[in-house]
Each structure stands twice: as structure tokens, then as C-alpha cells.
Design a protein. Sequence first.
Length: 215
Amino acid sequence: MDAIQKTFWCCSKCGRIHEGQAVVDQCCVPQPCERCGKEKRQHPYTVCKNCKFVRDQEREREKFEKAEKIPEAQWDGPVFSEDWDEEDGYSESVSDMLNGIIDNFHGVSREEGEAYKARGDDESEFDWACRFIPEYVWACDIRHPHVDAQNVIEGICEDLYDDAYDAIVGHDDLQKALDAWCAQQTVTGWEINYKKAVVIDRAYWVEELRKSSIP
């Protein structure tokens, strides 16, 4: 086998490996934002922090526009929102998430609230809290356990001789046994469905927040 020797370069700032010195010399040099052309960006990002935020918002809005809109009252399954800080953004239901948001608002210290409000317009504490009630959340599909017999057999054969997979028999019997085992399990998982947006009844939840704020 013919072998060749290659030289790689390592960026002294971020540690990334590059094949050429010219590339590594530009690795962490601030570059103009490809979106606004003004703010500087750092490798490997192509846009600045502000433009990335705007771009992410645009992409999120585009997904929402394409999604099926489901009224909150017609969805009783798990949901997800990037604005929900608990449980990695997941919740068992809309009501659990929104009640949690209201509870979290009452748990925020006045200093934190004032610091946040100082960044925006001159608004009341109640109006500030209303910002946290989302317009919509994403529906989640419930996933039940599934084990694929082919993957199991391939894993077994990794430590065997070549072509051992072809000598294995009873694929269908193994799959039936695995399906029966999975059917006994009660554990489930949630997967975000970006084709279904659950539209929040904000008027209702704003009123719930108002009632909870009354001493």
C-alpha cells in the first residue's frame, strides 16, 4: 500500500485542525457578517450574533406558517417550546407548561425583573410577565419502544467472522419476540412534530396570570 505524508495545521486559539497554513491563519480572524456586512463574526459562524438571532426567528416563523394550526383546546398531548426552560423545553401538556410559566414568573426576584425590564420599554411588571406566554408551542408525537432485529443481529456479528450475518437464521422469530417485549413496556418518548403547531389561547392565560398576580 502506498502511503503519503500530510502536514496539518492547528489553530492556536480554537484548536481546530486545517490542512493549510493560509486557512488556519484566517481561522479565528474576525470577518464581516455575511448578512449585515457590519458586525464582526468569528469562525465558523457566517453571521454575527444579532443576525443569527434574526435568522433563527425567521426560520421558526417559516416553520410555523407551514405547520398545521391546532387550537389549544383540541390538543391533549405533550408539547415543546424553546422558550420553556424546564425539562429541556418539553411538557406533558399545554396547561402544565403554561401553569409552570406562571409559577416561574412568581418565583423571579424583583431584581431580576427590574434588570430585564430595564432592557425594554417602560412597562409594568404584569406586561413584562405577559411576554413569557407564547403564541404557540409545538406538538409532540408519543414514541413507543422499538428494537429492530436486523440491528441486533448486525451488532452480534461485529465480533464474528466475515459474512456471519448470512448464516444467522430466525430473523422473523427474533423480530416477533422483540415486538412482544416492546409491547410490554410502559415507557414512552416524545418527539417534536414541526408539522403541528398548538396555538395558545393567550387571552385566557393572560387572565390566569392576572388573577394569580392579585394579592
